[in-house]
Design a binder for this molecule. Structure first.
Ligand code: C2E
Ligand code: CA
Ligand code: CA
Length: 819
């Protein structure tokens, strides 16, 4: 969006285009204007030159006429001449005419009597002029001064007569003695000299045209003869022209080979008032304009230079604007794509500089926020360690690297034991400080010198990524973590003992997907916690797949409603009498598609979600029904039910149990509740309350998996328990491991000393049986006797059961010595 707005290429073109366009427009308009003014002006000048030319020409004709007239009058007044006429001396008249005519360069001189009979002439042609002379004489007579006033305008002064196609100026003067005795006439032929005079005086070209029959043609002109045919304007051809008409109506333009001429047609008065001759005054427009052409050229050059300068100027200006804009727009694009690291600098000042500064502070703010967001998103606020997201990210990166190099990597996932208890008893603030201390100790002591990533995933859950380690390399690290946690944490005079369960997965052995590795590590960790085993490396037996577990969890809620849970029973035998004296209730999940799901796959999750309470209630109901059935069969059997921490934290558990037992009319002393040490230790105070109430109802209590936790004997003493159940890990190994055998032995001793009975679980063979019996163990449970079986199979199985014969079993001497 921003980049579209800042399309600087377009902006630059627009700026340059606009400025150049405007300039061009202004220049064009002013050029046009100047051109028009020049043309108008030229035309006005030409016109006034022509009009002046007309006056000059007429003045020339006047002068000619006046000279002619004066000279003729001198002759007419000459005494000798008159005497010669009177005496009829034709010869003298003839010579006087010749002399006079020559003097004024007249073309012809004649003398006629009052009745216009030719009496003498300087040319044989004179008769042709006679008519013209008579016309002049008559008009002179008619315009004789009236009251001494001359006619205002003497039209005759400009009169041109055409005689044999030649233009003449003619005067007629009366000869009186004192009565009229005749007329002297003189003719003056208009020739090129007159035109050249005219040209010199006015600077105009002059052409003389006259009518010959119906046609008008040029008689003479100051321009080359080649142009003559084009010299006749329509006005000159159209006859007659009104002499009085205004000059403007007689003005016209002529296009000739030599260019445009402005022409003024001047009609000359002809004989008998007709205008047979016309003078055309010509002025070359091009010539008149030529002075301006230089001006126009200069103007054009200036316009060109102006455009160039303007173009360069506007390009430079546009660049000055668009170059920083382009840089800013690039920077904005970079910001858009998430590159916040590059500082935005510009030398531009003014608005662009301000814009750049705004963008820069925006960038800094975004960068700052980005860092903050990343910190919030990827860092744990409490410990400043990477959080789950960051850890997953690092893990994925490491998986990618390792896939390329073929080296393994390992994850250690740890969860503090009983941390909730710390929170509940000492408060969350204390809990937070403790977590910080744990993080510090892990970093400073457990992982020091290790190439490792430590992260806090949630609550009391930490994870370690060992980028180049397999399971065997991870083991010592896990070991060290346990070691550093062994030392109590001292905070505000509180001594806190912490321990953790650690689950280990390695890539690629346990998966190549970060989430899969994490969830499998979680499964292993829960097992480690459950078994108090410290560290557990994941294997398929723990959980065939963690995704499966997740789905199971969501399906678990439906399991009870859809009656998918099954009650299994595993018998317990009395080692003294070899009689079946009870059974442990173990739940199974008959999944519609997965088949029989073992409890370790869903019990930990049920505990996590709290769903375990509903599950326990279901089992208690089933067990009560079973106990009722057993009692009805006349059998006396104890049935044990497993309880989890969540159950113990339920204050209503005793009354709920009581209600169930009452509903089925079951003797509470026939029900044993198996509780793990850790379930009690999570909140001993509360557990003790619940246990006391259950005990007072008559139920028997058994400490399950004894030996895996770190029972405090002091607690044990105060607990209302009846039985210890030695963990199967000791029992299963006791025939090979003397140490384990000793533990079993001393546990039996301890229990008996505390007045408790002892159950051994995990009895898998005849040797176990014999050894346990020899050590004085009270009861045994295990595959050697029977695997857990559906509740319905139990009573039929019981009927068929025979105690095994173990008398032939050979125990090693070392073991025999124990008994
Ligand atoms: P647990 O309470 O220690 O139960 C004994 C487990 O040991 C049972 O596994 C049983 O099948 C197994 N076992 C018995 N004899 C032998 C033997 O000779 N060798 C070996 N290797 N194992 C033997 P199961 O049924 O898979 O149960 C596992 C755990 O699941 C139980 O451990 C218990 O903690 C939990 N669990 C099972 N059912 C319930 C239940 O209804 N409620 C609760 N809260 N937990 C249950
Ligand atoms: Ca149990
Ligand atoms: Ca057990």
């Amino acid at each position: 969006m921003l980049s579209g707005f800042l399309n600087t290429q377009r902006l630059q073109t627009r700026i340059v285009g606009t400025f150049l366009g405007l300039l061009l427009l202004i220049q064009a308009v002013s050029y046009w204007f100047v051109q028009r003014s020049v043309e108008d002006h030229t035309r006005t000048v030409v016109r006034s030159e022509l009009v002046t030319g007309e006056r000059v020409f007429k003045r020339l004709l006047e002068q000619n006429h006046d000279q002619l007239k004066q000279a003729t009058e001198v002759l007419a007044a000459d005494f000798g001449f008159r005497a010669a006429i009177a005496s009829g001396d034709a010869e003298t008249v003839q010579s006087a005419l010749e002399n006079h005519g020559d003097r004024i360069q007249a073309s012809l001189a004649l003398f006629a009597d009052p009745s216009f009979k030719l009496k003498g002439a300087t040319s044989d042609e004179a008769t042709r002029f006679l008519t013209a002379v008579r016309n002049h004489a008559q008009s002179a007579q008619s315009s004789e001064p009236v009251d001494g006033q001359a006619a205002e305008v003497d039209e005759r002064r400009y009169q041109i007569d055409l005689i044999d196609g030649q233009p003449y100026q003619i005067v007629a003067v009366p000869v009186r003695a004192p009565a009229l005795i005749g007329w002297v006439g003189m003719a003056f032929r208009l020739d090129t000299r007159l035109l050249l005079d005219m040209q010199q005086l006015s600077g105009l070209e002059v052409a003389l045209a006259h009518r010959q029959g119906a046609k008008t043609q040029v008689a003479m002109a100051t321009v080359p003869a080649g142009l003559w045919p084009s010299l006749l304007p329509d006005a000159a051809v159209a006859a007659p022209i009104d002499k009085a008409s205004a000059p403007s109506s007689r003005l016209t333009d002529l296009e000739t080979d030599e260019g445009t001429y402005s022409a003024l047609v001047v009609p000359l008065t002809g004989s008998e008032g007709r205008s047979d001759a016309t003078v055309v005054l010509l002025r070359s427009v091009d010539q008149a304009m030529s002075t301006y052409h230089q001006l126009q050229r200069t103007l054009l050059i200036l316009t060109g230079l102006g455009l160039l300068a303007f173009g360069i100027g506007s390009v430079v200006t546009a660049r000055r604007i668009t170059t920083p804009l382009r840089r800013l727009s690039n920077a904005a694009r970079r910001l858009g794509s998430g590159e916040y690291g590059v500082t935005l600098t510009t030398r531009a000042s003014g608005e662009i500089g301000e814009l750049a500064q705004s963008l820069e502070s925006m960038r800094q703010a975004i960068q700052h926020r980005e860092v903050e967001i990343r910190r919030l998103a990827f860092q744990d606020a409490l410990t400043d360690l990477p959080n789950r997201e960051q850890f997953r990210h690092d893990l994925r990166k490491s998986i990618g690297h390792n896939a390329a190099s073929g080296t393994p990597c390992a994850i250690l996932l740890m969860d503090m034991d009983r941390f909730k208890h710390v929170n509940d008893v000492l408060g969350h603030r204390f809990g937070d400080r403790l977590l910080r201390a744990v993080a510090e100790r892990l970093r400073q002591e457990a992982l020091q010198g290790q190439h490792a990533v430590l992260a806090r995933l949630s609550g009391d859950e930490f994870a370690v990524l060992l980028p180049n380690a397999d399971a065997s390399a991870a083991a010592p690290v896990a070991q060290r973590i346990h070691q550093v946690l062994e030392r109590p944490f001292v905070l505000d005079d509180h001594n806190v003992d912490l321990s953790a369960g650690i689950g280990v997965t390695t890539c690629p052995e346990h998966g190549t997907d970060a989430d899969l590795l994490l969830s499998r590590a979680e499964v292993a960790m829960y097992v480690a916690k459950e078994r108090q085993a410290g560290t557990v490396v994941y294997h398929a037996g723990l959980d065939s797949s963690s995704e499966e577990s997740l789905t199971l969890l969501s399906e678990l809620r439906q399991a009870v409603e859809h009656n998918q849970l099954r009650l299994f029973l595993q018998p317990k035998v009395c080692l003294r009498s070899s009689q079946i004296i009870g059974a442990e209730a173990l739940v199974r999940w008959q999944h519609p598609t997965r088949g029989m799901v073992p409890p370790m796959r869903f019990i930990p999750f049920a505990e996590q979600t709290g769903f375990i309470r509903a599950l326990t209630m279901w089992i208690l109901g089933e067990v009560a029904a079973m106990a009722r059935q057993v009692a009805d069969e006349g059998q006396h059997l104890k049935i044990a039910v497993n309880l989890s921490t969540r159950d113990l934290m339920d204050q209503d558990l005793p009354s709920k149990v009581e209600a169930i037992l009452q509903r089925h009319q079951v003797d509470p002393t026939l029900i044993v509740l198996e509780i793990t040490e850790s379930a009690i230790m999570d909140d001993p105070q509360r557990a003790l309350q619940t246990l006391n109430r259950l005990h007072s109802l008559g139920l028997k209590l058994s400490i399950d998996d004894f030996g895996t936790g770190y029972s405090s004997l002091a607690y044990l003493k105060r607990l209302p328990v009846d039985e210890l159940k030695i963990d199967r890990s000791f029992v299963m190994n006791m025939e090979t491991d003397l140490q384990d055998a000793k533990i079993v032995h001393s546990t039996i001793e301890l229990a008996h000393n505390l007045g408790l009975s002892v159950v051994a679980e995990g009895v898998e063979g005849a040797k176990h049986w014999k050894l346990l019996a020899g050590l004085g163990c009270d009861e045994a449970q295990g595959y050697f006797i029977a695997k857990p079986m559906p509740a319905a199979d139990f009573l039929p199985w019981l009927k068929d059961w025979h105690a095994p014969d173990t008398t032939q079993e050979e125990l090693g001497t070392a073991f025999a010595a124990l008994t």
